[in-house]
Design a protein around this ligand. Structure first.
Ligand code: AMP
Ligand code: MG
Length: 416
């Protein structure tokens, strides 16, 4: 058995950042940028109005005030999308709308709230400062400036920014394809009638959802009965298809746990097996031999208990997937990996030899972060994990913690 930290380090040392590929804007959500993005032109592209109002030359309206407005003829109207007009005929103003190009020669825009329009003329009730209500060309980014670094996760706001650059596609890291293999004779697909001794397969759905939350979208779901030949066949299929293979169940020391021996028979090199973590002790990680495409695949064998499968996914597989995706975490909603919260009730344990993750709900109380443990901490009990937003981390050898102790907490963030 190796420590949790050692296991995670071995996994992260052995997975490589995926190569890059070009993807259309429409398909970018959930990807990670594979190159820095530069401004292809000045942003904004031209001086334009930030409000609805009147474009003025300052010398014309120097004396304008609410009590003594200056009346000016309206030379015309400029709407968003119109071509840049100008120069402004002196002694006149242009009626202008938000986003419309500022006419040449105009110094500022006076908001229409300070103006009284009267047919062909308008009374201007404010003297603006130069540049008021004008969005200047290049004020956000000058052409050639780096807008986003490599390794940024593409979020809706990143997509908006990228689209505003006018480019139809961008380089991102290739998303890994994943085969998800659930093992066990007891498993039924949800929707089927429950029969004696059977349970519904929850792991393949939960793991697929966890991978989708990270932005992945190409999966091969497989099921495998506890039979050595079937395990060979199914794991062979999984290795034919996927960059990453995740199995659930069949990896502990039972007579019918064939995953590890069959993987090794198929040329997979075991790098991690049995980790001092609770839940999750039988966790497996291996590297395939070079496949037909000259690539190595990563194989994670997760324990079958649903809580163990998801906690080991969150703590070990998720960071590995983020590395493969090239995610540097720069724009992800991440709190520090671990933080402290005040425990609300005692946790009693017999000192053990594993790091323990206790399902918890973290909230604020009088401005302090507090942690309440969830009901049902056994690793087959999904109710607590479904409500949890965090895991309390009890160190190896801990005999629990008392109410009001400050405990280590990791946030159960599924999206990054
Ligand atoms: P195993 O790791 O195969 O020994 O399985 C441990 C426990 O997890 C057993 O109670 C299994 O029935 C249960 N289990 C295994 N796979 C799944 C699954 N896909 N969905 C729900 N429970 C599972
Ligand atoms: Mg099993």
């Amino acid at each position: 058995m190796i420590s949790f930290e050692e296991a995670r380090a071995i996994v992260l040392d052995n997975v490589q950042v995926a190569p890059k590929t070009r993807v259309k804007l429409e398909k970018l959500q959930g990807s990670v940028l594979g190159e820095p993005v530069l401004a292809s032109y000045d942003l904004p592209h031209f001086d334009n109005s930030a409000v609805d109002g009147f474009a003025v030359c300052l010398p014309d309206v120097l004396n304008a005030a609410e009590s003594s407005p200056v009346e000016m003829p309206i030379a015309g109207e400029i709407r968003a999308g119109d071509a840049i007009s100008g120069p402004m005929p002196s002694g006149s103003v242009y009626k202008i709308f938000t986003g419309a190009p500022l006419p040449e020669g105009a110094d500022a825009v006076v908001m229409r709230e300070y103006c009284v329009e009267n047919g062909q003329s308008v009374k201007i009730g404010r003297c603006p400062r130069s540049g008021d209500n004008v969005r200047r060309r290049g004020e956000e980014f000058l052409r050639g400036k780096q807008i986003l670094p490599d390794g940024i996760r593409v979020t809706p706001s990143v997509i908006g920014l990228l689209a505003s650059l006018g480019q139809a596609s961008f380089m991102v890291h290739k998303k890994p394809t994943v085969a998800i293999v659930s093992t066990g004779n007891e498993l039924l697909k949800p929707g089927k009638n429950l029969t004696s001794g059977k349970i519904y397969d929850s792991n393949s759905f939960a793991l697929t959802a966890a991978l989708e939350a990270l932005g992945l979208d190409e999966f091969l779901p497989l099921h495998c009965r506890e039979d050595v030949n079937e395990t060979r066949k199914v794991l062979g299929l999984a290795l034919d298809f996927a960059d990453v293979v995740i199995t659930a169940g069949g990896v502990s020391v039972g007579d019918h746990d064939y995953v590890k021996p069959v993987l090794e028979e198929l040329g997979v090199k075991t790098l991690v097996y049995k980790v001092a973590m609770k839940p999750g002790k039988p966790l497996y990680f291996g590297l395939s031999s070079l496949n037909k495409k000259g690539k190595r695949q990563y194989i994670f064998g997760l324990p079958g208990n649903p809580v163990s499968a998801l906690v080991t996914f969150h703590q070990i597989v998720r960071p590995a997937i983020l590395k493969i995706m090239g995610d540097t975490g720069e724009n992800s909603a991440r709190l520090p990996d671990r933080f402290k919260a005040t425990l609300q009730s005692d946790i009693k344990r017999l000192p053990g030899d594993r790091l323990e993750f206790v399902r918890a709900v973290v909230s604020t109380k009088n401005g302090d972060l507090v942690a309440d443990t969830c009901e049902g901490q056994d690793s087959h009990m999904m109710g607590g994990l479904a409500l949890a937003n965090a895991l309390i981390v009890l160190p190896v050898g801990s005999s629990g913690a008392a109410a009001n102790d400050r405990v280590d907490v990791v946030l159960l963030n599924w999206h990054s």
